[in-house]
Design a binder for this molecule. Sequence first.
Ligand code: ZN
Length: 311
Amino acid sequence: MYSRFKALQEFGETELKQLQNSKVAVIGLGATGSAIAEHLARHGVDLVLFDRDYLEENDVYSSNIYTPEECEKSLPKAVAAENYLEKFTEVESFNESLNPETVEKLEDVDLMVDGTDNMETRFLLNEFSKKTDTPWIYTSAIAEKGYSMFLDSKCFNCVFEQVSPGALDTCESAGILRETSTTAASISAEKAVKYLTDKPPKETLDTTDGQSFEIESHGCEVCEYKNFDTLNSKKKVSSVCGENKFQIEKDFGEEAYESVKEAGNIIAENEYLVRAKLDRREIVFFHSGRAIVEAEDRGHAESIISETIGV
Ligand SMILES: [Zn+2]
């Protein structure tokens, strides 16, 4: 199965064993995250997967591992990704957000890889990385530009602390060329393979068009003074993928699903969720106790929910 890998000059049986004894977390299973997860799974790397979103029609275009049928059914990305990737390796998946509580589930991984399109989650990962001495890889792809950065001794907050979450374009606003996201994913996956086989990659910001930038860690609140405000805040990231979608975590009860089904046009329903359209806005209730709502802001999302199900 791995003859092509073992024929490489720099890799062999030892490196293959190293990869197969490794565990990597992939956070966010959209265009970039799903591609990174597939690369690592086919090397036999064990995976811990996090994603709170569900599949939509555009995921057929963006990702290689999801089928049109799964997207039609609006399966949670974490569930669909595990269904496919468990053919190659051990997979543990979480159909929920990465937040200051759930991040504890990453305590025993060797490496964390970001596929989120979400700055708040990246700041959280950076703090967790500094707290636990676990390196991570930043990946992003917007329009026709993709970026990858391995971070071990360097610090994401030092580079991006001036950038406020939401100030950047997202795939929703600027689009994404699928080849750009898979190229960025390949660069990050290669860095992961090298790190896991004792060939640590350089801590540079690399782009899909072949540029490489040195980054400076000047010593900030996070890396120098170990002030982990995001980790300690217990704040839950509210927006999803930078879109006008907000997550409300609460156990709404079975009646809520009935109310949604009565009030709106059902787009999809499965054992994990019900997805409906209400006045041109999408609303999704997960049986695990949360909802994702298309809205202007968090308050608006809460009022849409209370109007719909009366809580
Ligand atoms: Zn720093």
